[in-house]
Design a protein around this ligand. Structure first.
Ligand code: AOF
Ligand code: ZN
Length: 412
């Protein structure tokens, strides 16, 4: 028998839906939704809209005022117990006379933790674990960063059915469908940084901005991070356009020319120096560490063949893969494939990824994959692929205000 009734589950589902409105807005905080219920009816609801803003439960309780007495509160995260930019929510809940609190997962942040115990001490009933898998999944960036001080790494890639990322003449715009490309912008809008290699920067000249559509507005653009070991990228690339705002980070080797570094810094860009991996390429795990040291909780890698192979085979730094496969064949023994690099010598060296989702995105096949060794917030976690709303097109429609599949074309 299920531990929770369909009604209880529906209220928590609503809290999760509200929490997701914070996608791309709340970092370094988690996405949190709150639903206040009295006599089986929702009397107030809210979500956390960003750092420094009221926590979800505090906002819902403020909305309900004195009506909150004797109500039940549904939260996807344990209420905090600390005075930070706001809070502590535990005290607000106690003051408001709530009689029972449901929450999905504990807050792993040691500074904020302990809210549930505090509520119980004050005589409030606490129910833990409702829709825990979804809640773990929703805030993986936050959980990984709080637990490991490292960013959650997503890799996105698009290919033909035969694994090609361009034709023999280098034509690659566009292999994946409009819907897939929009989805990629949705992921960009939710991460703290986007990372590309030098070949992609030189060849595609991307802006790397997130351009969500419809009614969705961006508060902060993700940081742009580009690998350029010897600092040879031309300065007229879009990436270096000061109009973009916010920093572009160029990652170089220690050997790069000092003058080139000074020049970049003078132009307002950031230069990080990292060691090389045994492959001779820049160490990707060192790059990821630097991203974490900058306080960024998540990074989206949009790799060419070399970077994809470093990330997935040589260095194994990826937590989640979004892969779009267009229903076409491109052929050609010399046309580039998803993964370059040296390649494995034997099959026994290959490690299997978990397939979390095998579905469609517009006409494309959409795979959500989890490599071995990837971060999991809880040991028992059966990950539901909702990061970036992998399967929830209705959520996307709601977030962006119109049909996700029909939305306007996106350039890079
Ligand atoms: C909650 N409800 O809606 C959120 C919580 O700096 P502050 O005061 O905003 O605190 C941020 C910390 O509070 C964050 O690291 C996380 O542990 C918790 N976030 N807690 O009860 C919320 N956003
Ligand atoms: Zn709080």
């Amino acid at each position: 028998m299920a531990r929770w009734t369909p009604k209880e589950t529906a209220f928590m589902r609503e809290a999760l839906r509200l929490a997701r409105q914070g996608w791309g807005l709340v970092s370094p905080n988690p996405m949190v939704g709150a639903v206040l219920v009295k006599k089986g009816k929702i009397i107030a609801k809210s979500w956390h809209t960003g750092p420094g803003q009221p926590h979800a439960e505090a906002a819902a309780l403020a909305e309900a005022g004195s009506k909150a007495k004797g109500s039940e509160l549904y939260l996807n995260l344990e209420p905090c117990n600390h005075q930070g930019r706001t809070g502590p929510c535990s005290e607000v809940i106690i003051q408001s006379g709530v009689s029972k609190v449901y929450y999905s997962v504990p807050d792993p942040n040691p500074i904020a933790a302990g809210g549930a115990n505090r509520l119980e001490e004050a005589g409030i009933q606490v129910d833990r674990g409702l829709l825990a898998d979804e809640a773990w999944d929703l805030n993986q960036f936050f959980f990984k960063y709080v637990i490991q001080k490292k960013p959650f790494v997503i890799l996105k890639t698009a290919a033909s059915l035969d694994g090609k990322i361009a034709t023999r003449t280098g034509d690659s715009r566009w292999i994946s469908s409009k819907a897939s490309r929009n989805f990629s912008h949705h992921i960009r809008a939710g991460v703290d940084a986007v990372l590309i290699g030098r070949t992609t920067a030189a060849k595609d000249n991307p802006e790397l901005s997130a351009r969500p559509w419809g009614r969705r507005k961006m508060h902060n653009q993700p940081w742009r991070v580009v690998l350029d070991p010897l600092l040879k990228l031309p300065r007229d690339l879009k990436l270096f356009d000061p109009k973009l705002g916010g920093p572009t980070v160029v990652v170089s080797s220690f050997e790069a020319d000092q003058k080139a570094k000074d020049n970049l810094r003078r132009q307002g860009h950031t230069v990080w120096e990292v060691p090389k991996a045994p492959s001779g390429l820049l160490s990707l795990s060192a790059v990821i560490d630097e991203i974490g040291k900058a306080g960024l909780q998540s990074v989206l890698i949009e790799p060419g063949a070399t970077l994809a192979s470093s990330a997935l085979i040589e260095e194994n730094v990826v937590d989640l893969i979004h892969m779009f496969m267009a229903p076409i064949f491109l052929g050609g023994s010399d046309s580039p494939s998803l993964l370059g690099g040296r390649g494995l010598d034997t099959l026994s060296l290959a490690s299997e990824v978990d397939i979390l989702k095998l579905g469609r995105m517009g006409p494309d096949i959409h795979l959500v994959l989890r490599p071995q060794g990837a971060f999991a917030a809880a040991p028992h976690q059966t990950v539901s692929p909702v990061i970036g709303y992998g399967s929830l097109n209705e959520d996307l429609d709601e977030l962006y205000g119109h049909d996700f599949d029909q939305s306007q074309d996106q350039d890079r």
